[in-house]
Ligand binder design. Structure first.
Ligand code: ATP
Length: 335
């Protein structure tokens, strides 16, 4: 587990979601978008909210931000119940949501940051260095005095992020924050988000479909599927749980024809490639017993093994396992 998720109970979560349910009535009847979901996020955590399309991520984020009224359940930010005291809760949270690029077109980049800091009761004259650092991190130094309306789409997105950072709220919700950013800016922003969380104790929730970014930036991930949480753990633990479940096996000669079918019937054969005089396949094996059984089958078939390599999973593999119908739960995978 991440050290942040094992904080003692007296450390109340900064974001607290309890028994959250949201049902929509659509054209095709009632849809349960979020089904009795609970989680808490501690100060200084960076949490990735993941799930396939329609899993309920946007509904959760918008409900936590008070933009959607839940059917049932409670949400609080910094102890303030969002749906009873929305404007008070807004003192603690900023968000950059998809499509919402709330910057002032006529103001320059610098003026936008100063303006949004001022809106939040911060005297921008006391934050000049900080704003310059944000502008630098976002790669906007050369455009700092340019009106936002003259910037490219990606740059406008950066300004929106900059304005959010300038508000200096303890909690940030960022929807696909790296989408459309060039590689260098994306890396700088990832480093900055980690610094904000780990040095300034900001709490950051990121939704993204980009697993590499989530794996690189987040301490913890909450994986949703069909409105339910299917995993909530540190990135490291999730990778550990799914460790060594797949192997790449090379055979030096073509084995008997029945071997492929035999392996496919008994195990989960992920890939099979035949060359003129060799075969390479990938296979999922749950635990050492299955591993030895597979080796036995190969030996009985008189296949000559050239190599067996464990395939290191990445977060994307874990995500696919967790959110596909035949998936194995983390508990099952651990056993
Ligand atoms: N306003 C609405 N009316 C009816 N159904 C809705 C509404 N908004 C969302 N839904 C449904 O609720 C479910 C969850 O949607 P939601 O937008 O929260 O998913 P998501 O995880 O954010 O998906 P995506 O990754 O595609 O953005 C989906 O089945 C969706 O069709």
């Amino acid at each position: 587990m991440s050290p942040r998720t094992t904080d003692p109970p007296e450390h109340d979560p900064v974001v607290s979601v309890s028994g959250l349910t949201k049902r929509y009535t659509g054209e095709t009847g009632r849809v349960t978008a979020v089904d009795d979901v609970s989680f808490g996020i501690q100060s200084g955590e960076i949490v990735g909210l993941l799930g396939p399309n329609g899993a309920g991520k946007t509904t959760i984020v918008k409900t936590v931000l008070g933009l959607i009224t839940p059917t049932r359940g409670d949400v609080s930010i910094h102890g303030v119940p969002v749906h009873e005291a929305r404007s008070r809760a807004y003192n603690y949270v900023s968000a950059v949501l998809e499509g919402a690029r709330n910057v002032y077109w006529r103001l320059s980049v610098r003026e936008n940051l100063a303006f949004f800091a001022g809106l939040h009761g911060i005297d921008p004259r006391t934050r000049v260095d900080r704003h310059e650092a944000i502008i630098d991190t976002l790669g906007l130094t050369g455009k700092a005095d340019e009106p936002a309306k003259n910037l490219s789409r990606g740059m406008k997105q950066k300004v929106a992020l900059g304005c959010t950072l300038a508000r200096e709220t303890p909690v940030l919700f960022l929807d696909e924050p790296m989408l459309g950013l060039d590689v260098e800016t994306s890396r700088d922003l990832q480093t900055e988000l980690q610094r904000l969380a780990h040095e300034e104790d900001k709490t950051i929730v990121i939704t993204s479909h980009d697993m590499d970014i989530i794996e690189a930036v987040c301490d913890r991930v909450i994986v949703l599927s069909d409105g339910d949480i299917v995993a909530d753990d540190s990135v490291d633990s999730l990778l550990d749980v799914f460790q060594s479940r797949s192997y790449r096996v090379q055979l030096t000669e073509n084995p008997p024809a029945h071997l492929r079918e035999q392996l496919d019937t008994r195990f989960q054969l992920l890939d099979w490639r035949t060359d003129t005089d060799s075969v390479e396949f990938e296979i999922a094996l749950a635990g050492s017993e299955e591993f030895y059984e597979c080796v036995d089958i190969l030996q009985t078939a008189e296949a000559t093994i050239r190599s067996v390599t464990e395939i290191e999973p990445d977060l994307e593999d874990v995500f696919v396992e967790l959110t596909t119908a035949e998936s194995v739960s983390p508990e099952e995978a651990e056993s």
